[in-house]
Design a protein around this ligand. Structure first.
Ligand code: PRP
Length: 203
């Protein structure tokens, strides 16, 4: 049996819809259920940020997680497949009336994605002061906590509604199917079989 950790919400629903399409029948968590078994698979309903933990520790063989999270957390997992759902971008956001001044020493950036931010600025050989936040990142430049932000942009409405614009795109992201390395070797046949079926559906 393969165990998959899915991030609660839309990505879990869209992943389960792929399983329904492949195997038939309904794949869905009912009510507040956290574990569901269907068609020889066990699905775990976990918080988005916790998916990598379940997979890295091997409590789940597989997981669905954003490329942004894989990059930010430098996960020791096997990246199997881009599921092409949950598309978004990681971008630098700044107030509408401003432009990002790369010559300014120590630009202050508020973000949840500390590693992605540090790596991006290091690549450009620009000093940066990173201020770690856990949410509502768009607020920081509005109240002078930071000069700019690095955050996820999906529809763009959060930035727009808060008078911010994208100054630069750092990377594109989407949900990927990942595997625990030990599971990948121990259950290779089952994992490759599933991989093949999913890849055929999402082409
Ligand atoms: C994410 C992200 C932005 C927003 C972008 O936040 O941090 O705030 O979505 O989406 P949009 O471009 O479609 O407006 P999320 O809703 O995950 O909440 P968080 O602030 O708790 O991270």
């Amino acid at each position: 049996m393969l165990t998959l950790a899915l991030p609660k919400g839309r990505i879990a629903e869209e992943t389960l819809a792929i399983f329904s399409e492949i195997f038939g029948g309904e794949f869905a968590f009912s009510g507040r259920e956290l574990i569901m078994e269907q068609h020889g698979f066990r699905f775990l309903n976990v918080r988005n940020q916790d998916v990598p933990t379940y997979v890295e520790h091997g409590a789940a063989d597989l997981g669905v997680v954003g490329l942004d999270v894989i990059t930010e957390q430098r996960l020791e997992i096997i990246d199997l497949l881009d599921l092409n759902i949950g598309r978004c971008k990681v971008a630098i956001g700044i107030r509408n009336e401003e432009t990002l001044d790369w010559n300014r020493p120590d630009i202050k950036i508020a973000t949840k994605m500390v590693n992605i931010t540090r790596d991006y600025f290091a690549q450009k050989a620009v000093g940066v002061e990173v201020i770690k936040l856990y949410g509502s990142i768009e607020l920081a430049p509005l109240v002078g906590l930071a000069d700019a932000i690095v955050d996820i942009v999906e529809t763009g409405s959060t930035m727009r509604e808060n008078g911010l614009k994208v100054a630069e795109e750092i990377m594109g992201s989407s949900a990927h199917l990942i595997a625990n390395a030990n599971s990948y070797y121990a259950k290779k046949e089952a994992i490759l079989d599933l991989h093949e079926k999913i890849a055929a559906i999402i082409q």
